[in-house]
Design a protein around this ligand. Structure first.
Ligand SMILES: [Zn+2]
Length: 324
């Protein structure tokens, strides 16, 4: 895929295009940034831009044989290494380091992409480092990572670092719309994914909406009706009837509602909230609360989730958090 078809990080598209155009790309790059923002896809697009048969202004065409072979992971000069189990091992990098010494087989530029590069074992790191120390001409190593600080200092000092940022809610929403999601759903998923396209793809919206229905009732019982009986029932459900992991996701959903209530309360406006599709209901609830009462509940819920590691009785802790 050419850079022009990728979403987000527009600044990096321009930067890479310029570095390719000026021949200033260097031989080691670190693509650093949060998970799920497209770093690996950018590395593949870079490999395409360097090997495309019909490149234009530092970008690939996405259609020629070279571009297609790179997309299909069939191009002999573009190789990806990913962890084998928990780590990237020396056996995986040794061969690539040797290969890097030769001229490209079929394209113009050899590109080695190391995904999750923070999981390189020390011996594997050293073999990459050796290649970076005596970089063969026409070879480029791209280290993709969400934890750049975990790379060897000696590797970091020999690479140019490119910092990726999270995607905006609008960029994610446009991506989801282009992928055929209905507007209403695309908007909610884009806001829930907090800047990560990987998370946006993974969001199970039906499950989220079902949990949100329960948590919205709980928030209303807490702040609007102040209905102790319902709160005791909710504490019992969350504290006893569901598994620990399910409990944590319910609390995460409740936290999105509380943060929305807080934003509405401090004048953020409906556009600033996550659960935009239920903005009216949230605005009505917001009339009955103060920002202080919301933060007090958030703090108590946080201490419940922290206390879970100490075998705390979840039901009693939830009653204490919800009933004042
Ligand atoms: Zn091409």
């Amino acid at each position: 895929m050419p850079f022009s078809s990728l979403i987000g990080n527009e600044r990096i598209k321009k930067l890479l295009g310029r570095l390719i155009g000026d021949g200033r790309l260097g031989q080691g790059l670190i693509f650093a940034g949060p998970r799920g923002v497209g770093k690996y896809q950018f590395a593949l697009s870079l490999a395409q831009a360097l090997n495309c048969e019909r490149p234009a202004e530092g970008d690939a065409c996405g259609r020629c044989a070279a571009c297609q072979r790179i997309s299909a992971a069939e191009h002999l000069d573009v190789r990806t290494v990913t962890p084998d189990g928990q780590f990237i091992k020396i056996a995986q990098t040794r061969e690539l380091s040797l290969e890097a010494q030769f001229r490209p087989y079929e394209g113009r530029h050899r590109v080695i992409i190391v995904d999750d590069a923070d999981r390189l074992r020390i011996e594997a790191s050293n073999s990459i480092l050796k290649t970076l120390e005596e970089p063969p001409e026409l070879s480029l190593i791209v280290l993709v990572t969400s934890k750049p600080y975990a790379l060897l200092e000696t590797i970091r000092s020999r690479c140019q670092r490119i910092n990726f940022g999270p995607l905006s809610a609008t960029e994610l929403e446009n991506y989801l719309l282009a992928a055929g999601r209905p507007r209403e759903k695309a908007r909610l998923v884009a806001r829930l994914a907090r800047g990560s396209i990987g998370s946006a793809i993974g969001v199970d919206l039906d499950e989220y909406i079902e949990k949100r229905r329960l948590m919205m009732e709980l928030a209303e019982a807490l702040f609007v009706q102040r209905d102790t009986v319902r709160l005791i029932k909710a504490a019992e459900y969350l504290g006893k009837k569901i598994e620990r992991d399910d409990f944590i996701t319910h609390i995460d959903v409740l936290m999105t509602l509380l943060s929305d209530l807080f934003r509405l309360k401090v004048g953020g406006g409906a556009e600033s909230i996550i659960n935009l599709d239920v903005a009216d209901r949230l605005s009505r609830a917001a009339e009955s609360v103060t920002p202080e009462s919301i933060t007090a509940v958030v703090e108590r819920l946080e201490s419940v989730t922290l206390g879970m590691n100490r075998n705390l009785n979840r039901q009693i802790a939830m009653e204490a958090a919800l009933i004042i």
